[in-house]
Structures are given as structure tokens and as C-alpha cells.
Design a protein around this ligand. Structure first.
Ligand SMILES: NC(=O)c1ccc[n+]([C@@H]2O[C@H](COP(=O)([O-])OP(=O)(O)OC[C@H]3O[C@@H](n4cnc5c(N)ncnc54)[C@H](O)[C@@H]3O)[C@@H](O)[C@H]2O)c1
Length: 323
């Protein structure tokens, strides 16, 4: 099938491109490269360097490609920027999303899969949230993801396509951009490999559900391929296992230290520092992957320790510290 992957040059999107290629599909990427990179995708995959908000250029891409499916990953994804600039967030995550969905409907796309977020929809939860759990987005980013799901349901109902919203938990792994507000794994990994101090917010007892990037990519391909009974479905993509930031930092310290000891740099990983707690940080957030098992035959396959080991290896190779 021909698949347009928006944000396909980013962290999760590029793993989706790889997973689509492995299943014999033909991906095309729309990405403005604001945080993604050409190097993340094979050179044979066409990249349209276009902003999802650009009405004329996005229409031209859909006219040229005439995709069967769309996988919408491109987004403004900084929670804090969404709080400072809610209009910028809505421009990308609502108007840009509508531009993609509307063109998809216009050219007869059969199915759209949309990257939503369990982390920001369910709020404070101490046992894994199921899909029916009340939605209480507290940031502009959370509101725009929730609105995006409702627009997908609207397009599915009114324009005869199928929509699947995948509510990711905290995604981590190779290719995650360690700048800005990326996940804690990528940020700490880069600091520790440079022998710098990583700062844990507050007491670090903030429980999250960490799911590996390639597992999320596999879920996206399953959501595109699997026969679905409903026009619109929302499915959690996480592990249901809660781990706090102190545990993440301890595992990263162990693997990055092992790595540095094998190099000639003389660098060592300093102990983490505990800084100020961040206002509004949830104490606990995790999601149940049960429905994904039933509907998509999906369950996470990469254990956290293996995933962290692979992520450290990948970041170390990027830095190319001499051994
Ligand atoms: N990483 C996570 O933990 C997580 C959790 C929940 C949901 N999500 C969602 O998953 C999706 C992918 O996130 P990611 O972690 O891979 O981030 P990422 O920043 O690596 O990928 C986003 C991609 O979209 C592109 N992009 C951004 N704005 C664009 C625009 N206006 N026009 C065209 N391209 C644009 C970027 O250049 C980048 O390649 C996002 O929708 C995000 O909200 C991510």
C-alpha cells in the first residue's frame, strides 16, 4: 500500500517508515524537518519537505502520491511551549492535522492512523488506565491531541474512511531527539555519555510507562493493516508497567558507565543531581495495553532494560567516542 507518513523523518515516524518497508509497503514522508532529519530515513523513501499547515503544498503532495493510507505523526509536541503559545500549538496540532485529514478524505484514503497521547489525556492514574477512563487534559497540547481524536472520529463518520487513534505512553529509544523537551531517556543518555550531571526533578518518584520506539512503530503498522469493525477506534499503546525516574536514571547510569569505561576518554558518569520539582508534574501515569492485544494482536516486545541498553548503544555510536 502507498502510505503518507507525516513526521516520518522524526523519531517514531522514521521507525514507522522502516516497519512499513519491512512489510512491503511504499511510504512517502511529509516533514518540515523542524526536529526530524533526512538521515533518519532510507534515501529511497521520498521526502516532501513541507509543513503540514501549508494548504497548497500538502494538497499537491496528496494529488501526486494518491495514498491508500495516512499515518499522522507530525506535531508540535512540547507541553511547555503549548502552555506559552497555545495558538502555535493549535496551528500545528489542530489546523495542520485538519489539513492532512481533509486532503486524505478528498483523495479517498481508506484509513488514517493518528499519534495521540495517553500520557496527556488521562492525567493522574495509579493503575493502568483503559481507553474509557475520563479524559482530563491539563495542557494546551493535551487539549489539541484530544480534539485531534474527535476530528478523526468526525472524518471517519462523515467521510467514509476509517480512523485509529493510538494513545502512546512515554516512548523512548534510538533516534529520539535529545534536545528540547524530549523524553528523559534521550536527555539523560546524552548528558551521561558526555560525563555531565543529569538533573532529576524533585525526588524523582514520578511513575511513567516507557514503551520502546520500534514497538510503537509495529503498533502503527498493525493499526493500518488490521481489519477493524468500527469506523473509529482509540487504542492505548504502552506497557502498563510503571517505572519511576530514579530507576530510569540508575539503569542509564549503569549502561553509560560501562560504555565510558571501555573508551579512552577518561570520562565517568557523575551522580545525578536532584533539582526543583516541576510544577504540575503528574506523580503517576500509566496505560493498559489490553485493548491493543485484542484488536491489533499487539503487545510490547522490548523489555525496559534491553531497550535502555540499545538506546545507550545507539547514542554512543552517534557521539563516536574513541575506544
Ligand atoms: N515521544 C513520545 O513519548 C510521544 C508520546 C505521545 C505521543 N507522541 C506523538 O508522537 C508523534 C511523533 O513524536 P516523536 O516523539 O517522534 O517526535 P519527533 O519530534 O521526533 O517527530 C515529529 C516529526 O514531525 C515533524 N514536524 C513537526 N511539526 C511539523 C509540521 N508543522 N509540518 C511538518 N512536519 C512537522 C518534525 O520535523 C519531526 O520529524 C507526535 O505526534 C507526538 O505528539 C509522542
Amino acid at each position: 500500500m502507498k502510505v503518507i507518513v507525516t513526521g516520518g523523518a522524526g523519531f517514531i515516524g522514521s521507525h514507522i517508515v522502516d516497519a512499513l518497508l519491512a512489510k512491503g509497503h511504499t511510504p512517502f514522508v511529509i516533514d518540515n524537518l523542524v526536529s526530524g532529519s533526512r538521515e533518519n530515513i532510507p534515501s529511497r523513501v521520498p521526502l516532501f519537505e513541507v509543513d503540514i499547515c501549508d494548504v497548497k503544498k500538502v494538497a499537491a503532495v496528496f494529488d501526486e502520491v494518491r495514498p491508500d493510507w495516512v499515518c499522522h505523526q507530525a506535531a508540535q509536541m512540547s507541553v511547555s511551549r503549548s502552555m506559552r503559545e497555545p495558538i502555535f500549538d493549535a496551528d500545528n496540532n489542530i489546523m495542520g492535522l485538519l489539513n492532512i485529514f481533509d486532503n486524505a478524505a478528498r483523495v479517498g484514503v481508506q484509513r488514517i492512523v493518528f499519534a495521540s497521547s495517553g500520557g496527556v489525556l488521562y492525567g493522574e492514574v495509579s493503575t493502568p488506565a483503559i481507553e474509557d477512563y475520563p479524559k482530563r487534559p491539563s495542557s494546551a497540547y493535551g487539549i489539541s491531541k484530544w480534539v485531534g481524536e474527535q476530528y478523526l472520529e468526525f472524518y471517519a463518520r462523515e467521510r467514509g474512511l476509517q480512523g485509529v487513534a493510538l494513545r502512546y505512553s512515554n516512548v523512548y529509544g534510538p533516534r529520539q531527539n535529545p534536545h528540547g523537551e524530549a523524553g528523559v531517556v534521550a536527555i539523560f543518555c546524552k548528558l551521561m555519555l558526555a560525563g555531565k550531571v543529569a538533573t532529576i526533578n524533585g525526588d524523582g518518584c514520578y511513575i511513567r510507562d516507557y514503551v520502546y520506539g520500534t514497538d510503537v512503530a509495529r503498533a502503527n503498522v498493525a493499526a493500518l493493516e488490521t481489519t477493524m469493525q468500527s469506523r473509529f477506534t482509540a487504542v492505548n499503546i504502552g506497557t502498563g508497567i510503571g517505572v519511576d525516574v530514579n530507576e530510569i536514571a540508575a539503569q542509564l547510569t549503569r549502561f553509560t558507565q560501562d560504555y565510558l569505561l571501555r573508551t579512552e576518554t577518561g570520562l565517568r558518569v557523575p551522580p545525578c543531581h536532584h533539582g526543583e520539582a516541576r510544577a504540575g508534574d503528574l506523580r503517576s501515569n500509566l496505560i493498559s495495553p489490553g485493548l491493543a492485544g485484542q484488536l491489533l494482536d499487539w503487545k510490547p516486545s522490548v523489555h525496559l532494560t534491553d531497550g535502555i541498553r540499545q538506546t545507550v548503544k545507539w547514542f554512543a555510536e552517534q557521539i563516536r567516542v574513541p575506544t
